[in-house]
Write a protein that binds this ligand. Structure first.
Ligand code: SF4
Length: 302
């Protein structure tokens, strides 16, 4: 993967991105070796990245938040002491594969300071938007839950019992003014979120199923289709609008519901907001090699 700098970002930022890429190395390139991050990703994306990695380009401008996330991990590493494991990679063999995951922070013993931290807590630090914390019906992103549970499984396979899972979410776009106006908005830019723990057998089944999909994609040449979650799909929506309002009166999932309200509302009309695969369109480096995305683009253009 070549890192470009089309927008002339300052050299130290781009150099840091290249350094992080080099440190990451080729963990996902070795035969039947996979990191937790790739295991929970779409097998189609992983397979296309492996096949076309040398021809892929990513611009530094799209990697800024990832760099900030890496900086937080560096900060964590500087806080390591005898009470916790920080930024360590754990590995286990399963079904002829080597699975590895990097753990942000794991408490080896209770820490009595405020807030109290319990031994066996596994924490993952994430930099994300307020949207991720409050606009998703209060649900954690499924990939966050999978990642924490797979890392917990890896830790236990290496003799470290895990008692609870937490995400420390740093809100990169937090606005103090919104917090003052709205009591349901996060009041501070850092949240500690509890993550549901899967039964270890459930986690193992999840890992085995994901490895089977990867096996098919990487070694049997059959690329499974990315599903809606993997494509970050947003369905088509139908907005009821009037000429005098800037925002929609209401937005519906079906045209019939929108037209019914529009008929009862003076001068109203229905605006179709086409569905999108947000990741394919903006965030997937292999989109240029993906026949699923290209077929979808042709269908929408027709
Ligand atoms: S472009 Fe979309 S469909 Fe294709 S691999 Fe990427 S996320 Fe999946």
């Amino acid at each position: 993967m070549e890192l470009t700098n089309l927008y002339g970002l300052p050299q130290p930022l781009v150099a840091a991105m290249r350094r992080f890429d080099a440190l990451r190395g080729d963990l996902d390139q070795r035969e039947r070796s996979i990191t937790c991050t790739r295991l929970i990703d779409s097998p189609r994306r992983v397979a296309l990245e492996r096949t076309h990695g040398h021809a892929l380009q990513e611009d530094a401008s799209t990697r800024l938040w990832a760099l900030w996330g890496n900086a937080i991990h560096q900060l964590l590493a500087s806080q390591a002491d005898a009470t916790c494991l920080v930024e360590q990679r754990f590995t286990a063999r399963i079904n002829e594969w080597t699975l590895s995951g990097q753990v942000d922070r794991y408490l080896l013993q209770d820490r009595g300071e405020y807030p109290q931290e319990r031994a066996g807590t596994l924490q993952d630090y994430k930099l994300s938007s307020v949207w991720s914390s409050i606009h998703n019906d209060g649900q954690l992103k499924p990939e966050w839950v999978s990642q924490l549970n797979v890392n917990a499984w890896l830790m236990e396979a290496n003799g470290h019992p895990v008692t609870q899972l937490e995400i420390v979410l740093i809100l990169r776009d937090h606005a103090a003014s919104a917090a003052a106006r709205d009591p349901t908005y996060p009041q501070v830019p850092v949240l500690v979120l509890s993550v549901p723990r899967w039964h270890p057998e459930e986690t193992q089944t999840f890992i085995v199923e994901r490895l089977a999909r990867l096996e098919t994609a990487l070694y049997q040449g059959q690329l499974p289709l990315c599903d809606d979650t993997e494509r970050w799909a947003r369905p088509t929506a139908y907005a009821v609008r009037t000429p005098t309002r800037k925002t929609a009166v209401r937005v519906f999932a079906t045209r019939a519901e929108a037209e019914e309200l529009a008929q009862r509302t003076l001068n109203a009309f229905v605006e179709v907001r086409p569905g999108q695969s947000v990741r394919c369109e903006r965030y997937c480096a292999v989109a240029g090699f993906c026949d699923q995305y290209q077929a979808e683009s042709r269908r929408l253009a027709a």
